[in-house]
Ligand binder design. Sequence first.
Ligand SMILES: [Zn+2]
Length: 88
Amino acid sequence: MAVGWTHDGAVHEQIEASIQDEVSRARLSLAGTESLSHCEDCEEPIPEPRRAALPGVRRCVRCQAALETQQIHRSLYNRRGSKDSQLR
Ligand SMILES: [Zn+2]
């Protein structure tokens, strides 16, 4: 399934473990919060199975993937400062 990731070989594999960690932590911190019926970024309806699978989900698959990719890049390149966090 294409979710906007490019497989960059070594780089991707190197960070994969920390991504898993980040993702599960993000999901834990979302547990118990209210799921949105529509994506807060693009306002697409969020499918019920996704809302059931991810308590507190706030974005559609596409926006969530984009966000996670952005967060990963931010943590990879945080030496460059926080400018990137202002970009969408
Ligand atoms: Zn969306």
